[in-house]
Structure formats: structure tokens, C-alpha cells
Design a protein around this ligand. Structure first.
Ligand code: PXG
Length: 297
């Protein structure tokens, strides 16, 4: 496997960073997870834009332009002869001393890994997930804004550990005030009647690119009106656990997982306990989009 590291492509064994890298010492860095489908990179521009926004907020200068980074991603996929892949793009503060001071880090570390996509088991999509809410609250945006896709995922990992300890694969995290936010690496949606609802960013969720895509897909069906679709009205709204328990359908969205149906939450059966029709329709629409909308390499 060839990995991009600071300007060159190197073998896996040579793709190493310093123990003084502040990405490692402090989680001081940003990243993106990107997918390619049959030779097309999905929503590449959106991922690159979000990476630059995350970096801008933490005042981390990315030493490559947007176009250069796009070329890195494409080259990484080509060199590894990958058509269906997961790409991890990372920029860290770089090497410094043992103190926090980012001014001591003169050269940001940039790397990109393209690997075969590890698909989740088919069973997950056919039967749906069972989730629990956990005690670990999502970061308060005023303390650490989840829009910064930083290398510091301990908040999410702590929630994931709680779910695993309880025998579940994934956790629902609540806000400081007890509102629903998101899962540890996926956004959350509910369907109720003709409404598709997801928590607003200010409650403390990442504005997921899959989330955005799904909202657009739902609205598209809506404006097209009747026929097969008779679509959904997509909106951001504060949600409680009560709203989740009494939804007709619940699903998660993320770059890696795409759209995952949820059939049980904290022991409450959602809808009829099976993946619902709106979820299935959106999955089909999403799959169609991945086959046509990406950037070729
Ligand atoms: N919320 C959080 C907190 C995330 O980290 C999403 C939502 C979904 O966003 P996108 O843009 O991908 O639709 C993410 C995604 C993984 C994994 O292995 C996913 C993410 C980060 C790290 C690992 O599934 N981010």
C-alpha cells in the first residue's frame, strides 16, 4: 500500500510520524473520511471544504491548496488501484516540543491513506440496529465545537465504550440539556408522517455530509410530489428521547456506514421493529447518487 506523507508517496512501513507530533501528543489536528464508489469520489469538494474550515478554526495552515489536496486523494486511489475505497485525509499541527504551544510546531504533517472499504455486515442493513443512549454527553459546542472534525475523538470513544460495555454496537449521545445529538460517528434522523427530522448543529452535532445529502434527497422526492416518492419534508429540530421512541422510523447516516436503519432504542421498538419504507427509499436514492455524482480519478 502506498501512503501519501508530507509531499511523497511511501510504503506502509515507511509511513510513520514522530512521537513529538502534536496530532499524537494532543489530538491537535483535523481529518476527513471520504468514500469512492466504482471509481468516483463521493462529495470530495464538500470534504475538502470541511477540512479547510476545521483547520481554519484551529488556526492550522494547510500547506497545500484545495486543488493540490484533491490531486493527492486522486493519486492515492490510482496508485493503490482502488475503485471502492475509504480515504482518510489527516492534517496535524506537526512536530513540536512537549508543551501545548502550537507556535513551536513549524511544519504541519499531512497524510492520506486509501484502503479497501470495510463494509458493515449486510445483516445490519437488513435487520437494523439496536441502540442505547449513554451517560457521556456530547461535547458542549461552546467548549469544543463538533464542527471541528478534530483528531480528539475521546468524547465519542467514551460513549462508544459505554455502548460496547452494555452489549450494543453504537450509542446515542445527548446534549448537556438532555436533547438528542448524534451517535459516535453518525448523524441521526427520525421519520414521523411526512417529516424527516434531525437535530440542529447548535445542539452539538457535526454537520455530516451524508446528513446534508439525505436531506437534499428527501426534499427532492418531496418537490417531485406524488408517484413513488410522495416524499418528505426535511427539517432540523430539537429531539428528545420520547421523539425517538415514538418515531415511525429512525436511521443513522455517515460516510462509512451510509444509511443504517435503527429498530430499537433503550428497549423501545421503533415502528414495527423493521427497517421502514422511507429509510429504504432514501437508501436507494443514496445508492443511485453514489453511482453518478462523484469525481472521476
Ligand atoms: N458525526 C460525527 C461525530 C462523525 O465523526 C458523522 C457524524 C458523519 O459525517 P459524514 O460527513 O461522514 O456524513 C461523523 C463521521 C467511522 C468514522 O469509522 C466516522 C467519522 C469519524 C471517524 C470514524 O465511521 N466521522
Amino acid at each position: 500500500m502506498k501512503i501519501y506523507l508530507n509531499g511523497t508517496f511511501v510504503d506502509e512501513a515507511k509511513a510513520v510520524v514522530s512521537v513529538f507530533d502534536h496530532g499524537l501528543l494532543y489530538g491537535d489536528g483535523v481529518f476527513e473520511g471520504i468514500r469512492s464508489y466504482d471509481g468516483l469520489i463521493f462529495k470530495l469538494r464538500e470534504h475538502i471544504d470541511r477540512l479547510f474550515e476545521s483547520a481554519h478554526t484551529i488556526m492550522l495552515p494547510i500547506p497545500l491548496s484545495r486543488e493540490e489536496l484533491i490531486e493527492v486523494v486522486k493519486q492515492c486511489l490510482r496508485l493503490n488501484r482502488l475503485r471502492d475505497a475509504y480515504i482518510r485525509l489527516v492534517v496535524t499541527r506537526g512536530e513540536g516540543d512537549l508543551g501545548l504551544d502550537p507556535r513551536k510546531c513549524l511544519n504541519p504533517t499531512v497524510f492520506a491513506i486509501a484502503d479497501k472499504i470495510e463494509l458493515y455486515p449486510k445483516k445490519l442493513y437488513e435487520q437494523g440496529l439496536s441502540l442505547i443512549t449513554v451517560a457521556t454527553q456530547r461535547n458542549v459546542p461552546e467548549a469544543l465545537n463538533p464542527q471541528i472534525k478534530s483528531l480528539n475523538y475521546l468524547n465519542n470513544i467514551l460513549a462508544k465504550i459505554e455502548a460496547i460495555n452494555a452489549g450494543y454496537e453504537e450509542a446515542i449521545m445527548l446534549s448537556h440539556s438532555g436533547y438528542v445529538t448524534e451517535c459516535t460517528g453518525e448523524n441521526l434522523f427520525i421519520v414521523k408522517g411526512k417529516q424527516l427530522l434531525t437535530p440542529p448543529p447548535y445542539v452539538g452535532v457535526l454537520r455530516g455530509i451524508t446528513r446534508q445529502t439525505v436531506m437534499e434527497l428527501a426534499r427532492l422526492h418531496h418537490t417531485k410530489g406524488a408517484g413513488r416518492g410522495a416524499g418528505l419534508e426535511a427539517r432540523e429540530e430539537l429531539l428528545t428521547r420520547h421523539d425517538l421512541f415514538n418515531a415511525e422510523e429512525v436511521f443513522l447516516t455517515g460516510t462509512a456506514a451510509e444509511i443504517v436503519p435503527v429498530v430499537k432504542i433503550d428497549g423501545r421498538v421503533i415502528g414495527n421493529g423493521k427497517p421502514g419504507p422511507a429509510t429504504k427509499r432514501l437508501q436507494q436514492g443514496f445508492r443511485r447518487l453514489t453511482k453518478t455524482a462523484g469525481i472521476r480519478y
